[in-house]
Write a protein that binds this ligand. Structure first.
Ligand code: ADP
Ligand code: MG
Length: 330
């Protein structure tokens, strides 16, 4: 007989996460009561975000449960990173068509491994039957008044991005059965797939940018689209210089001349895109000395609304819209 709801929660989610809850000391009531009771320190603001992954929509049918568990938490941690917040607690809403122990084991393993790494404690959730989807709500902490926002950039601020955007989209295409490029090595293919299956939330980068970046957003829908959202929220526009985009060797091998387009429009990267006032650009390198990810300056905020992309000075004209769940194409 498959385990019942109580046993599922106890065995796969409550027990394995118990040590971390105890270690944190700020979970007054965790899993087991009607709601969690959490201690927010004085002088600190609570940062909340929630993201859902739906099978067939946000991950291909047949994705490994370990990756699914990792991604469901990682995409939420990325939202905390974009706010400069420190992860504290999370809740999990799990909907699945049937109880399969190997699935639950894998999902919990992938999710709790990442939770342990960032010391974020699972404090509650919900478990229901239905089409497979995983929702995570994260709660983070930030010293009052220091959170990063997307609506605070100004014209003239320089635009930066972390990592090498576009890789995850190419990795997803490979997962979905796209042919590897003739130049793409097996190691590169595997690396691109991993970039989709195991995104790295840029929490250390987000924290280091507090007090320096003028605005920040995480890249989930595509770099050009998300840079455009930051610019629009800030009441300006943005210019991106394509030749300054950091393109990975793997993406270059896989897509050749189309790599730039993938770097601009591919989704699921979970890198950070941020702005810095020109007078403070010299501080970026020192501030990021201990953060293990590269950043590149790729453009500038401008007064005129809209997103303008150039490649060595020539305007780039392809469709720059990011992934939109309710658009005809999405
Ligand atoms: P209620 O009916 O009071 O909402 P539930 O039976 O749904 O309670 O859940 C019992 C306890 O288990 C609650 O504390 C809830 O937060 C927690 N919980 C339920 N599902 C999960 C899950 N997938 N992961 C972690 N905690 C869960
Ligand atoms: Mg409930």
């Amino acid at each position: 007989m498959p385990p019942g709801e109580f046993e599922i929660i106890e065995r796969f989610f409550r027990a394995p996460a118990e040590a971390l809850r105890r270690e944190r000391g700020d979970v007054l009531l965790g899993i087991g009561d009607d709601a969690a009771l959490l201690q927010v320190p004085p002088g600190v603001q609570l940062v909340a975000a929630l993201d859902t992954l739906v099978e067939g929509r946000h991950f291909p049918v047949g994705t490994s449960p370990d990756s699914l568990g990792h991604r469901a938490l990682a995409v939420n941690l990325s939202d905390l990173a974009a706010m400069g917040a420190q992860p504290a607690w999370f809740l999990l809403s799990l909907t699945m068509p049937e109880v399969r122990e190997d699935f639950l084991e894998g999902l919990a393993r992938g999710m709790l491994r990442l939770a342990q790494e960032h010391r974020i404690a699972l404090v509650g959730g919900d478990t229901t039957a239905g089409p497979l989807s995983v929702s995570v709500q994260v709660l983070g902490l930030v010293q009052s008044g220091t959170a990063l926002q997307r609506n605070t950039a100004r014209p003239g601020d320089l635009l930066f991005v972390s990592g090498t955007p576009g890789d995850a989209a190419a990795g997803l295409a490979l997962e979905m059965g796209a042919a590897p490029g003739s130049e793409t090595t097996a190691v590169q293919q595997q690396w691109l797939r991993q970039r989709f299956l195991y995104p790295v939330p840029r929490l250390a980068l987000g924290a280091a940018l507090r007090g320096l970046a003028s605005a920040c957003i995480d890249v989930s829908d595509g770099l050009a689209a998300d840079a455009g959202k930051l610019a629009q929220a800030s009441g300006c526009g943005v210019r991106i210089d394509g030749e300054r985009l950091p393109v990975s060797a793997a993406l270059q091998a896989q897509l050749g001349g189309a790599a730039l387009c993938a770097a601009l429009t591919g989704g699921d990267d979970y890198e950070l895109c941020f702005t810095v006032a020109p007078a403070r650009v010299d501080e970026v390198a020192a501030r990021l000395a201990n953060v293990k990810c590269q950043v590149a300056c790729i453009g500038v905020l401008e007064e005129a609304a809209g997103v303008r992309v150039f490649d060595r000075g020539v305007p780039v004209g392809f469709d720059l819209r990011g992934y939109d769940h309710f658009s005809a194409a999405g």
